[in-house]
Every structure is written in C-alpha cells, then in structure tokens.
Write a protein that binds this ligand. Structure first.
Ligand SMILES: [Zn+2]
Length: 302
C-alpha cells in the first residue's frame, strides 16, 4: 500500500481524541447498517483473549508432525485415511473431502464414514479446493476450527461443531475428552486411535503456523461472536467504479482500518477481489476491550 508518515501529527492509538473518532465512525457505520454482529470463524489469540485480524497474524514455518488417521467407511471393510497436524480437531469433523479429479476416491464420494472415538456418521464429499498432493489427498473437514473448512462447511451446509473453546479446552462436544487442554487431548486421541489400530502413521512435517503478531502465541481458529463490516455494499460500489483504487480505502478515511480484502495494483487480482465479497472483521473495535487495553497501558506506564 505504501505509507507516507506525517510525524508532526503523531498519536497513540488509544489517545482520547482517536478513541472518540473511532466511536463516531463505529456509530455512523452502525446507523448506516454497514456493520453487524455475527458468529463466524476468526483468528483467536488465547493469550490476548482477543480476535486478531488477518493482518495481525504472522505465519512462520516450524517442525511439526503429520498424523494419518483411518476413518472406517460405513457398511464396508474399507478405510479412508486423512492426514492432519491437529488430531484433536477430529472431534469436530463434519465431513471428509477429496478432490473431484482424484481417481483414487471417486467411488467413495457420497458414502459415509464413521468418525472414530465419537462414532458420528459424516459424509465423504468432493471439493475442488482439496489439494491432491497433501497427505493422502483426503482431508478431514472441521468447519469450526479451520478457515478453509469453514468455507467448505458453509457451502455444503455441514454442521459447525465447536470442540475447542476460547481457553483452548475441549468443549462438551468432545465426548470423553471434555475439559482437556488441546495438547493433552491430542496425545490422548493419538493413543486411543493407536489402540483401535486407526493410526496409520506419523511423519515429520514443516508447517506454516499462524502466530499472534503481538505476543507470538499460536492462533486458534474458532467461532466467535464479533463485529463485521458488510462488504457487499462496499464491493458493489467498487464494482461499479472504473477507478476502483480510489474507493478502496473508505475505511481508512473514517479514521480506522479494517480488512477490505487487500486488493493490490495487479489488475487481475483487483478484479478477482472485486468479485469476492467477504465480511471484514472489525478488529479491536469493541469498547470493552479498548477499555481493558487502556487499563493495561495505564498500569504499564505507572
Ligand atoms: Zn496474542
């Protein structure tokens, strides 16, 4: 985007004048019916106890493990094996997905698997977004705990089953694992799958892990009630315009920043962004959390 800073007008983000401008913008957006509260998947930082916008998430490679879990196909002696770096999320699976072009799995699409440990029946679906090269080519779909899975879940109307809460503990949807810390649940699930002969293998893997830019804690994608900006009216305005870039920072003119989908100067990318209409998460705009941050800063300054 580029930036040209005017240091003569330097301010701290929570200075009273700026807070007032933010509140005015928030109220204007609310009165214009452009913002709403809703349940959607967000990046959650368990340490900050806050939703983090996509721009505040850093992705860094690190050594991880990839576990291959065997899901029994219903009324058959076959299994479909899915690879995952987070076995604990399997408690919230609502489908297994394969790529429609993947010949290995064509006969299984439309069938049902029995989710191990919880004995829930879930469908095998075909979706073009599944990477044929990843793991076995078949992936578990956990709409409540993965951004892509959330999109797939919305499209196929799959149930959204939250199994990890804001404190990273397993919820009551996690059956026998309720109350365990995510990592404890992971170890226990691997052990239990091993006992049932449903762990095919385990291998080393380089993973681009999402971390909170502010505190480096690993981000937990989860469903949360947050404020969102309706992108449709903004995108429609942009679609009508031949000079799209002049409209693209409307949010900044109002005195704060939110995600507009991040169009850049590549025309093709801009065009594709102009058609993509996603709600943008209003990060750090909750008055309650702003007050909380203010308190923390006062304590820090003292
Ligand atoms: Zn954090």
């Amino acid at each position: 985007m580029g930036a040209s800073c005017d240091w003569s007008r330097e301010h701290f983000t929570l200075d009273p004048k700026l807070t007032e401008a933010t509140q005015a913008a928030f109220i204007k957006l609310f009165n214009d019916d452009l913002i709403y509260k809703g349940d959607r998947i967000i990046n959650w930082c368990p340490r900050c106890a806050s939703a983090i916008s996509d721009l505040e998430v850093d992705h860094r490679e690190q050594a991880a493990k990839l576990w291959y879990l065997k899901y029994p196909v219903k009324d058959s002696s076959e299994f479909i094996t899915v690879a995952t770096t987070r076995p604990e999320t399997m408690l919230g699976d609502s489908a297994v997905a394969v790529n429609p072009a993947d010949k290995r799995y064509q006969k299984l699409v439309g069938q049902t698997v029995i989710l191990p440990l919880l004995d829930r029946e879930i469908p095998i679906i075909a979706d073009r977004r599944v990477d044929l090269e990843f793991g076995t080519g078949a992936v578990k779909v956990t709409p409540a705990h993965d951004h892509l899975d959330w999109e797939i879940g919305q499209e196929y109307k799959l149930p959204t089953i939250s199994v990890i809460n804001e404190k990273t503990l397993i919820t009551e949807n996690g059956g026998p694992y309720v109350g365990l810390k995510g990592k404890e649940a992971r170890l226990k699930i691997i052990e239990d799958l091993q006992k049932l002969n449903l762990l095919a293998k385990e291998e080393d893997y380089q993973q681009a892990l999402a971390r909170c830019q502010r505190c480096n804690t690993v981000i937990e994608p989860l469903i949360s009630k947050q404020w969102f900006v309706k992108m449709k009216p903004l995108a429609e305005k942009a679609q009508r315009s031949k000079t799209f870039p002049s409209h693209r920072f409307d949010g900044n003119r109002l005195g704060y920043s939110f995600l507009l989908g991040g169009p850049d100067d590549n025309d093709e990318f801009i065009l594709s962004q102009r058609k993509a209409i996603f709600p943008g998460l209003l990060a750090r705009l909750s008055f309650r959390s702003a007050r909380k941050e203010n308190e923390q800063i006062k304590r820090y300054r003292a």
